[in-house]
Design a protein around this ligand. Sequence first.
Ligand SMILES: C[S@@+](CC[C@H](N)C(=O)[O-])C[C@H]1O[C@@H](n2cnc3c(N)ncnc32)[C@H](O)[C@@H]1O
Length: 291
Amino acid sequence: MRGAPPQVLQLLPLAKASFVAQSYFAPCIPFLVDRPCLSRKGKYYMKLPSCAFHNQYVACGSYRGDRTKFVSDMNIQKKSDNFDRQNQSLRSQQAREAQQMWDCRFAEFPWPEEPDRKLVELAGELSPGTCVDLGCGPGRNAIWLASRGWAVTGVDASSVGLDQAQSRAREIGVSLITVNQDILAYSPDEPVDLVVVANIHLVEPARTEFFTLCAQMLKSQGHLFVTGHHLKDLGRTGPPDSDKLYTIERIQDSVAGITEIVEIIELAELVKEPGPDGYSETDVYLWARRQ
Ligand SMILES: C[S@@+](CC[C@H](N)C(=O)[O-])C[C@H]1O[C@@H](n2cnc3c(N)ncnc32)[C@H](O)[C@@H]1O
């Protein structure tokens, strides 16, 4: 089955497509395709992160459909000549995977524009200063902060996401600095007043290392905001890898080594408004301040 053309996936029912996708991409994707997720709109989809295969192609995209009809939005591209060169600027494997997956995701489906509700509530109380939004994507939080007078730098591996952020910032007349870089290797020139980490789901030990880097970016009295999907929503939203999802205890463990420099102000679950299917997703968020 490995030699089958990618289009074959479009014709198959969900379970079989899953099997074929696993076989076809087995050399490069040991993950994901076996578990369809239920999206808010009640459609099934499977995320297939970009991957290189046969050393010549890049595959990325998502699958969606209902139980009987299965649609593939797979995008198979021949590697551009500068593909490897571009990727070398993104240091970690995780960042390279993020770039490939999120470039496709942002190009295919519109990303929400409303800022995170908890961020609005918490940062809305602060006087504007300097801010870094790590993994800002198309910039819903960065743009909201910029519109409130913050000097925001959005960092992301996805150039598609950053282009979308810049074009929306221009549309609404706010200024935003964007940096196409690995957030696991980024450090601002000067310490900042606010670091935002929204929906970045990493496995340990990367999560602990990343939160430590975030804390080190803060000025004294600067704030750190982290939010992400709760483990209980596994299979509904967020990454289909349980180790990446958040619980209060996991965040506590990840910040345990930095509690001497960062004071936890709030660490809690936030149950969101129900979606169209009546289900309320849960986020976990952290609001902390550098001593
Ligand atoms: C789920 S989206 C969240 C976007 C935005 N923070 C929000 O909440 O709307 C995750 C973003 O993190 C970025 N990302 C993940 N890992 C990254 C890494 N190592 N370096 C840079 N960007 C990364 C992806 O490119 C993507 O834009």
